[in-house]
Design a binder for this molecule. Structure first.
Ligand SMILES: [Zn+2]
Length: 132
């Protein structure tokens, strides 16, 4: 069990996502200005309001950018190269980095599923429709 005020506060407010081993992408949204974002914070990065809500995303979005990884960042990922890293603009208004099908291109509509990658479960995006 974790101790310490900061960790305790985060745990009580937190919706569990893939970082916790759940098949979900969690984001936060500010109830004051409606800004949404991906990395956990205790306040809104746009307006500074405290206690943002924590929500599960639909997992659908659009490819913003992509990069094929040929050199593994660690020994345990050596078996996975080459693999595609994608930046996805989620329909809920935040952007996240994840893995995706190697055939994806910028602008494709995508949907997340979850795959084992090295030691953990990670979001993996597949195409739902091709860009115009
Ligand atoms: Zn705000």
């Amino acid at each position: 069990m974790q101790t310490g005020l900061v960790q305790t506060m985060n745990e009580t407010n937190r919706t569990r996502g893939w970082i916790d081993g759940e098949r979900a992408i969690v984001f936060q949204r500010c109830e004051t200005c409606a800004h949404s974002w991906y990395f956990w914070r205790t306040f809104c990065p746009n307006c500074g309001a405290s206690e943002p809500e924590s929500l599960k995303a639909s997992g659908s979005g659009q490819v913003y950018a992509l990069s094929m990884v040929h050199r593994p960042p660690s020994q345990e990922l050596r078996a996975h190269v080459p693999y595609l890293i994608v930046l996805v603009d989620a329909d809920e208004g935040f952007r996240l980095m994840a893995h995706g099908e190697s055939s994806l291109t910028i602008g494709d509509r995508v949907q997340a599923r979850f795959v084992e990658f090295g030691p953990r479960l990670m979001p993996f995006f597949g195409r739902t429709s091709v860009s115009d």
